[in-house]
Design a protein around this ligand. Structure first.
Ligand SMILES: C[S@@+](CC[C@H](N)C(=O)[O-])C[C@H]1O[C@@H](n2cnc3c(N)ncnc32)[C@H](O)[C@@H]1O
Length: 248
């Protein structure tokens, strides 16, 4: 396995610890070569991008997270013009490159994003209820504190497959009037208190709600659908598309 670059603690976003998954499989599927152009739609800590650059191909690397792009600037400068970084959603990849030999998307969030409590993706440590990869737009707190109870229930049920979606949505509606939800641990504790936790439960009772909020806040399903069409528009005949996704 290859550890992401960015062990420089002064890099934006702090030390990068993301270990790229399925790197060998991605390289085999993309089969990048000298003179080719590959779009890495999920730059993250640059693990895929670095390996693709090592093959001699050029890379247009996209990430919607300004911290990921800022931390990648050193690599861009060192690349001798072979790497171009773009801060954007990957659904717009066809606005940043005319044609490509390969496109790779490594869907989800990076370990840097999960591990930084202030990004608000996790309830392992307390942080603001944020969850925005792009650090702009509607936050998870905005959704939880302002959406109608029926909409919250649909988000938790559809995007989190949460069987207590309605109960949790009603609890949120009652509680937020007196005391809006602003912190990850506050929401996680309120869900646990409300629906309880059986000893046999393997996951925390708030896990599915957090997954649903993250997918909703970042429009992850819409992004993927649009990106697949965008990839089709830029890929040359014989071009390769690799999509990596993990859901437990
Ligand atoms: C799993 S990490 C990618 C790790 C990367 N393959 C590596 O080797 O370091 C996912 C990254 O994609 C970014 N991302 C996720 N969805 C995105 C989207 N729709 N548009 C742009 N970037 C996105 C996240 O901000 C995160 O930095």
């Amino acid at each position: 396995m290859m550890v992401g670059y960015g062990d420089d603690p002064h890099a934006a976003g702090g030390p990068a610890r993301h270990i790229p998954v399925l790197l060998a499989e991605v390289l085999e599927a993309l089969s990048p070569g000298a003179g080719e152009v590959i779009v890495d739609g999920t730059f993250g800590a640059g693990g895929y991008t670095k390996a693709i650059l090592a093959s001699g191909a050029s890379v247009v690397a996209i990430d919607r997270d300004p911290d990921a792009i800022a931390a990648g600037r050193v690599l861009e400068q060192q690349s001798g013009g072979k790497l171009r970084l773009v801060q954007a959603p990957f659904s717009t990849l066809d606005e940043h490159v005319e044609s490509a030999d390969g496109v790779v998307l490594d869907i989800g969030i990076s370990s840097m994003q999960i591990d930084q409590a202030e990004r608000g993706f996790s309830f392992r440590a307390d942080g603001p209820l944020d969850m925005r990869m792009a650090q702009a737009g509607l936050s998870a707190a905005d959704v939880v504190n302002s959406f109608k109870v029926g909409d919250l229930a649909r988000i938790f049920g559809f995007l989190g497959e949460e069987r207590h979606a309605g109960r949790i949505a009603r609890m949120i509606e009652n509680r937020r009037e007196k005391h809006p939800f602003e912190r990850t641990l506050d929401l996680a504790d309120a869900i646990e208190t409300h629906i309880g936790r059986a000893p046999k439960d393997k996951i925390h009772p708030a896990t599915r709600v957090f997954q649903a909020l993250r997918i909703f806040v970042n429009d992850e399903l819409g992004e993927l659908a649009k990106a697949l069409f965008a990839a089709e528009r830029v890929l040359k005949p014989g071009g390769r598309l690799a999509v990596v996704t993990f859901h437990s």
